[in-house]
Write a protein that binds this ligand. Structure first.
Ligand code: ATP
Ligand code: MG
Length: 692
């Protein structure tokens, strides 16, 4: 009987006679005709280099591996890139605990690479040079352009050669203040090619904001354009850039050269101010450069770029990302979250001035050899059908945008979508804020015709890539939830004392171990980096966001921790109340803040933007409050509804609740840093409507 229990190499129990027969190592167990289970070795991360995650079970096995052996997991994935020299065996080192010394994160120790080489040369050398890399859609309908990988490589080399000739060296900072022309992502790659650190400043920022950012990184060169078209308006970008150079010089930092792209559609050269000596014309100078340029092989930890956060909660932080880990993580999230396949036409509407435009426009798509749309315009110009016309014209397969754009397009009605053929769409993405379930459904049903998965991607400038996100088709989505963590990401839910909560829980979202694209520092202020992100809960990266984990282990972002409202002891996240308001058919957008309340401690103060054409009445206020009561409960019912024709938003479209708090408590004279506010005029309008 003992002998009968013996198992063959297939892992199955067999009679003794049979077990002898299948001693040879075969994966199939012939005698019993079943597939032998895989030997119990660890799952290989390299499967992710060639195929997608099929289901939750496969995800769980890979996820476990990614958490238990991050260095091994990411090294296997990293094999697909070009490294001039390979990493050491023990390549990943970190300290995430302020009590144990300075915070540090290091991946791919000993390796050297070049991200621009991996974005372009790698594909061209593999014979994919003729593939379209960019399809550019200008602000005005009919202005279009496309570029292949080989052409992009030529352009990047020419600009990189110009930068070198202008004296830019490895480690020098280059400021980029450009419209969404192809020259913007090309400029980022040109910097990376020579090991220069780019600092892209969104083209909607003021001279003061640009000056402050150039001064902070001591930018040697500024890349800019004569002007930019935004909807029907033309903006003199170069005039703003000139003012910024002057302000920066007054503060003690002089930019050596300004390279100006003549964007004649907006501002022709004749109307563009030009300082001989310092300024150079892009078109003539760069065209004269050779189309080959040896890449600078940089260490994996060499800084790639610095970029400021949106400033939703206060003064923006200059987040610094390094090369190797960022490259591997941006490329891997890109491929798996968007389910990239041959022949796809991907479109991310973000500007390169934001992290989304860095990871999922400039770097992620090119690292994967994707064909993508680059859009200069705004979603509502000339009509709210613009995005869907572009989708139809180019057969866009994946579309990635922000909830603010979705809510805005939704408020114009369904007809703008219905009149276009959006049948090419396979997947829709969202980023930037919690997406209200109502907006999620509209996106899913009206835009995606009910057949596209929605990837609600939670991440931050600091994280460099997606952190909590669905993987299309691998597990069911729930409207409003970012679902599960990506490989290598270990989120935890903490209580206010910093204890990890298990199972179903609500609290503060933190991350307990580094992922490859962890921010490495706050530029020039490692102290602020440590105190801001690692100080509040020693041992953890503090995200600043609140979240709930449900019974299925899904994560729901409830809003910023700073914005949590405490009503009679109930902790209420802004996202939940806002979603309940947006669920009312008259409400286009809502923003909720707390205010001092004599009895409840804090009361709920809700700003509401109505759908086009809806009248603001007392009855409607009651209905809106009723909507929250019925969806969440009486304890979350807003005490005040404040009509808001517009909301204070950052230039990337996020609601600035701290400004709304000041208006609610009649302290609008103490708004704090509002340098990233898109339209300062909304504050006065809201003050005027207070109590109406
Ligand atoms: P600052 O840190 O200066 O206040 P910011 O946080 O707005 O600015 P970003 O890095 O652009 O700067 O934004 C990251 C934040 O955006 C996250 O912390 C989160 O609050 C929010 N966010 C991003 N994506 C999502 C999402 N899918 N769901 C919910 N919230 C999201
Ligand atoms: Mg933030």
């Amino acid at each position: 009987p003992q002998q009968q229990q013996r198992r063959g190499v297939c892992g199955n129990a067999h009679a003794p006679r049979l077990s002898l027969r299948h001693a040879p190592r075969s994966s199939r167990c012939a005698p019993c005709r079943v597939a032998a289970p895989e030997a119990p070795t660890t799952v290989s991360a390299s499967t992710l280099n060639t195929s997608f995650v099929q289901d939750k079970q496969q995800y769980e096995a890979l996820y476990k591996r990614s958490i238990e052996d991050p260095a091994g997991f990411w090294a296997e994935i990293a094999e697909q890139f070009h490294w001039e020299t390979k990493w050491e065996r023990d390549h990943m080192r970190y300290n995430f605990d302020v009590r144990a010394g300075p915070i540090s994160v290091e991946w791919f120790r000993g390796a050297t690479t070049n991200i621009a080489y991996n974005c372009l040369d790698r594909h061209v050398l593999a014979g994919r040079g003729d593939q379209t890399c960019f399809i550019w859609e200008g602000n005005d309908v009919g202005r279009e352009k496309s570029m292949t990988y080989a052409e992009a490589l030529d352009e990047v080399c020419k600009l990189a050669n110009w930068l070198r000739a202008a004296g830019v060296k490895k480690g020098d900072a280059v400021a980029v203040y450009m419209p969404m022309l192809l020259e913007l992502p090309l400029a980022m790659l040109a910097c990376a090619r020579i090991g220069a650190v780019h600092s892209v400043v969104f083209g909607g920022f003021s001279a003061e904001s640009l000056a402050q950012r150039m001064e902070d990184c001591k930018a040697k060169v500024l890349l800019t354009a004569s002007g930019v078209m935004r909807g029907p308006k033309s903006i003199d970008l170069k005039k703003i850039a000139d003012k910024a150079c002057k302000l920066s010089a007054e503060a003690g930092h002089t930019v050596e050269h300004v390279l100006v792209y003549e964007n004649d559609n907006a501002v022709p050269a004749a109307d563009c101010p030009f300082t001989p000596g310092r300024d150079r014309w892009w078109q003539s100078e760069v065209a004269a450069q050779p189309t080959t340029c040896a890449p600078e092989w940089v260490e994996a930890e060499h800084p790639l770029f610095l970029l400021y956060t949106s400033g939703s909660t206060g003064k923006p932080k200059g987040v610094l990302h390094s090369t190797g880990g960022y490259m591997v993580y941006a490329a891997t999230t890109m491929r798996h979250v968007f389910g990239l396949q041959q022949g796809d036409v991907y479109w991310c509407t973000a500007d390169c001035g934001w992290i989304t435009g860095h990871s999922y426009l400039a770097y992620g798509p090119l690292l994967n050899g994707t064909t993508q749309i680059v859009f200069e315009g705004v979603p509502t110009h000339p009509t709210p059908a613009r995005c869907w016309e572009v989708v139809a014209a180019h057969g866009v397969t994946q579309f990635y945008t922000a909830p603010t754009a979705i809510r805005s397009l939704m408020s114009f009605g369904d007809q703008w979508v219905s009149q276009c053929d959006t049948s090419s769409l396979k997947l829709l993405g969202s980023v930037g804020e919690p997406i209200n379930p109502e907006a999620w459904r509209w996106y899913h049903e009206v835009v995606g015709k009910g057949k596209c998965p929605i990837v609600d991607t939670w991440w931050q400038t600091e994280t460099g890539g997606h952190m909590i996100t669905p993987l299309p088709g691998a597990w069911p989505e729930k409207p409003g939830s970012a679902t599960l963590p990506f490989f290598g990401v270990r989120p935890v839910v903490l209580d206010e004392k910093g204890n990890e909560l298990q199972g179903e829980a609500e609290g503060i979202l933190a991350i307990s171990q580094p992922w490859p694209s962890t921010l490495r520092t706050v530029y020039g202020d490692h102290e602020r980096y440590q105190s801001n992100y690692f100080g509040p809960f020693p041992g953890y990266y503090f995200t600043g966001d609140g979240c709930r984990r449900d019974a299925d282990g899904y994560y729901w972002i409830t809003g910023r921790v700073d914005d949590v409202i405490n009503v009679s002891g109930h902790r209420i996240g802004t996202a939940e109340v806002e979603s309940a308001l947006v669920a009312h058919p008259a409400c286009a957008e809502a923003a909720v803040v707390g205010y001092d309340h004599p009895i409840k401690g804090q009361g709920i103060y809700a700003y509401v933007t109505l759908m086009a054409g809806v009248e603001a009445t007392k009855e409607l206020k009651k209905e809106l409050v009723g909507s929250v009561r019925s969806i969440i409960g009486a304890f979350a019912a807003p005490d005040v509804i404040h009509w808001a024709p517009g909301l204070p938003k950052t230039r990337s479209g996020k609601i600035m609740r701290r400004v709304l708090r000041k208006i609610a408590s009649k302290e609008e004279d103490q708004l704090g840093d509002t340098s990233t506010l898109a339209d300062p005029g909304v504050v006065a309008t809201l003050v005027e409507l207070r109590g109406k």
